[in-house]
Design a binder for this molecule. Structure first.
Ligand SMILES: [Zn+2]
Length: 445
């Protein structure tokens, strides 16, 4: 079986297919009446299914347009490969050196929105299977590519699939990094609210999942606040109306990389006697500890490390208080215990718990057959360390059991997803395709 040679022969066709799909600007359209996430995402889905059909897969398009899938092989068991066809917006267009939706190759790199996240890797996996098919491989399991359409937002597409369709026995998603991610912490977002107002108006932060890099204050006692910030050694800026406490932005799954500007402002405001239950809670209980020790104790486990607790937003006025938090829960810990811990602490501050969003954790133990097989394939192909990774972020792998994220970014490779000039190196794309081919071969024995 010379599937690697076949991968090489399919190179031009594969790149051509990636370009066709990348050139469809499949950014979510909130205002679409006809399609769940807009006409362009639907076009990208249909185009991908059309490509799969031409390669010999059986395809299915969800009649409401939430997802599609392409299948080959025979048997009871099913290997699922979960990719997504939506992309984040191009952002500031002047930051791109070429049209993000007119992909082109320059110096061995294919540039365009979605080349790395996730159209390139998804099509690489499709062509990997095509190379096996052309090499006469018989699959003893079914292989189903499941195409999500809303990964960059609320995962509506893949959730519909999991509700409506056959769930694969096991699988992988080519939407993260190598060697593989076998544990993803539980992701809980909640609001801590009170209908008792506060002394001051305060509104800071843009998202649950970001460590706020700045927190603005334009209430009373600004002089005292400045003195207190100086005393604490907390950086700030000011203009005529306001004081801005300066932090450092980071993703909420890695709060140790940031400095929480809201926490710092609240600590200082509490010290000067500003009257607010929410501020008091943050100052006394949370402080600058992003592991929430005063709430959860030492909450950690071997596979996934410590819990993280991020204050993403705060909104206070004379009628209400609201603190928005993002919590990443170690994979072996129970969400209900975590929620109890929070409720127990906030009741002293007259705050109530309101859940906003929750994504269950993912954990596939290292002795699982899937992990063992993927590690062996990866080591044989790359001669690199295959120790599985743990993240606080979320991939499609957590939408079903026995699934991991597997590629397509190699260790040390530049991560360009969601950025201007997103690209995938053509040589690495070929490596990825060969790894996926071998992985699918091994997983369908
Ligand atoms: Zn992605």
């Amino acid at each position: 079986m010379d599937y690697k040679k076949r991968v090489e022969e399919l190179k031009d066709e594969m790149i051509d297919s990636i370009i066709k799909v990348v050139n469809i600007p499949s950014v979510k359209d909130e205002n679409s009446k006809e399609y769940p996430y807009g006409e362009d995402i639907d076009k990208a889905l249909k185009k991908t299914l059309e490509i799969c059909e031409s390669l010999g897969f059986k395809t299915h398009y969800d009649e409401e347009g939430y997802y599609g899938y392409a299948e080959i092989g025979e048997g009871e068991e099913m290997l699922g490969i979960l990719g997504h066809l939506d992309v984040v917006p191009a952002g500031e267009i002047t930051n791109w050196n070429s049209d993000p939706f007119n992909a082109e190759i320059r110096e061995g790199k294919l540039y365009g929105r979605g080349t790395q996240d996730d159209k390139g890797p998804t099509l690489a996996a499709i062509y990997a299977v095509k190379a096996l098919m052309d090499s006469g491989v018989k699959f003893n399991k079914r292989i189903r590519f499941i195409f999500g359409t809303d990964e960059e937002n609320l995962w509506g597409g893949i959730s519909k699939y999991m509700d409506n369709e056959e769930i694969p026995t096991f699988g992988f998603t080519p939407d993260a990094e190598f060697p593989m991610i076998h544990a993803e912490k539980g992701l809980l977002q909640a609001k801590l609210v009170s209908d008792v107002g506060s002394d001051v108006n305060l509104s800071s932060g843009n998202a649950f999942n970001a460590v706020p890099d700045k927190s603005k204050y334009n209430g009373k006692d600004k002089g005292e606040l400045k003195k207190e910030l100086d005393k604490l050694g907390f950086e700030y800026e000011e203009d005529e109306e306001s004081i801005y406490v300066i932090g450092k932005g980071a993703h909420a799954s890695q709060p140790h990389n940031g400095i929480n500007a809201i926490a710092r402002l609240c600590i200082a405001l509490d010290n000067i006697g500003i009257n607010s239950k929410a501020i008091k809670f943050i100052a006394e209980v949370v402080g600058e500890d992003y592991n929430g020790k005063n709430i959860f104790g030492n909450c950690e486990d071997e596979p996934s490390g410590k819990i993280t607790f991020n204050i993403g937003m705060i909104n206070l006025d004379k009628n209400m208080e609201e603190v928005s938090v993002d919590i990443r829960i170690p994979v072996t810990k129970e969400k209900s215990d975590i929620v109890e811990n929070i409720k127990e602490k906030i009741k002293d501050y007259d705050l109530k718990y309101e859940e906003f969003d929750y994504l269950d954790s993912l954990y596939v133990p290292k002795d699982h057959e899937l992990i063992k097989t993927l590690r062996k394939v990866y080591e044989e192909e790359t001669e690199l360390d295959s120790t599985p990774l743990v993240i606080g972020g979320a991939t499609y792998a957590r939408s079903m059991d026995n699934c991991v994220a597997f590629g397509a970014i190699f260790p040390g490779q530049e991560k360009v997803e969601h950025q201007a000039n997103e690209y995938i190196e053509v040589d690495r794309l070929m490596d990825v395709t060969k790894i996926y081919a071998k992985a699918v071969y091994e997983l369908t024995r």
